[in-house]
Design a binder for this molecule. Structure first.
Ligand code: SF4
Length: 295
């Protein structure tokens, strides 16, 4: 359930049953060339005076809420004091509250001290979603993620060190044909160094209105074919080297091949499934725009 409708509201699929509380509107970074989520929304932090009545009103209708997702794109951009104040309000209004989660931008995470993150964890922030997108510095720079792979590793490790769960996302195809292999290998390097609780591999969608789609239309970015998407996925899985259990998923609606398993134990099974899919897709070598409408 959503708290209001100022622009589009986004949340991870696993937060479908959570109360989506927008503590910010939009994304403070808002420059990633592939992302269309908050392009038409001016970023702003919502004051507590705006948030409190929304919590109170929601509690009147849904007092049994157990899970809350703090939106929009990077709630950790808020100061720790502000986040703790929001969490206090949530606890006061939802006695059965058991999980608070949010998206965390890597630079916002790096700005927090280990003590900040510990405080948030102790207050009830149990899960952070981190968009790694790519572990390759060339890809990260091209899509203007605004962070290096080393900073991404440091941010992810900080969340894990604070005792929170970390759900990380990668975007298959983000390097296009040109950088596909290094995107896969370096994404695996970064993901393995972080060893998140969950790792999802999504498939690039070239949304209208994004700079990356414009690059594709001009022939400056070559999207992958279905065969190449699965080849990249296989390369990624093959290069992953988790030292602790990590739930791996590539079963988002955007994906060519839905994989699910726990790494490292299921690695060989995932690779076999990818190889079987490659056999089926070997004739599908035309680039796919995976778009949301014709050019
Ligand atoms: S991908 Fe994330 S950080 Fe980048 S613009 Fe979109 S919401 Fe903001």
């Amino acid at each position: 359930m959503f708290d209001n409708a100022e622009g589009m509201v986004f949340r991870p699929p696993s937060e479908a049953n959570s109360f989506i509380l927008r503590v910010t509107i939009g994304c403070a970074h808002n420059r990633c060339t592939f992302c269309s989520m908050y392009r038409d929304v001016q970023f702003r932090a919502r004051p507590l005076s705006e948030i409190e009545p929304i919590i109170q009103k929601t509690a009147r209708y849904y007092p049994g809420i157990r899970r809350v997702f703090l939106a929009d794109g990077d709630a950790l951009v808020l100061s720790t004091d502000r986040l703790l104040a929001v969490i206090d309000l949530l606890k006061a209004n939802f006695p059965k509250l058991s999980r608070i989660s949010c998206y965390g931008g890597p630079l916002d995470i790096l700005r927090k001290t280990p003590a900040d993150l510990q405080l948030l964890k102790q207050a009830g922030m149990q899960l952070v979603y981190l968009g790694i997108e790519s572990g390759d510095d060339e890809v990260l720079a091209r899509v203007q993620k605004g962070v290096t792979s080393e900073q991404m590793i440091e941010a992810g490790q900080k969340i894990i060190a604070a005792g929170m769960k970390l759900s990380a996302m990668l975007v298959l195809g983000l390097g296009g044909r040109e950088l596909s292999r290094q995107h896969a290998i370096n994404s695996a390097r970064v993901a393995s160094a972080i060893n998140p609780t969950m790792l999802s591999a999504l498939t690039l969608m070239l949304h209208r209105g994004t700079p990356l789609r414009a690059e594709a239309e001009q022939g400056l970015f070559q999207p992958l074919s279905p065969y190449e998407f699965v080849l990249e996925l296989k390369e990624l899985v093959n290069s992953l080297d988790m030292h602790a259990p990590c739930i791996f998923r590539s079963n988002h609606v955007s994906n060519m091949l839905p994989l699910a398993g726990t790494l490292p134990d299921d690695k060989n099974s995932l690779l076999r499934q990818a190889e079987d899919a490659l056999q089926l897709l070997k004739n599908q070598t035309r680039p796919t725009f995976n778009d949301d409408g014709p050019f």
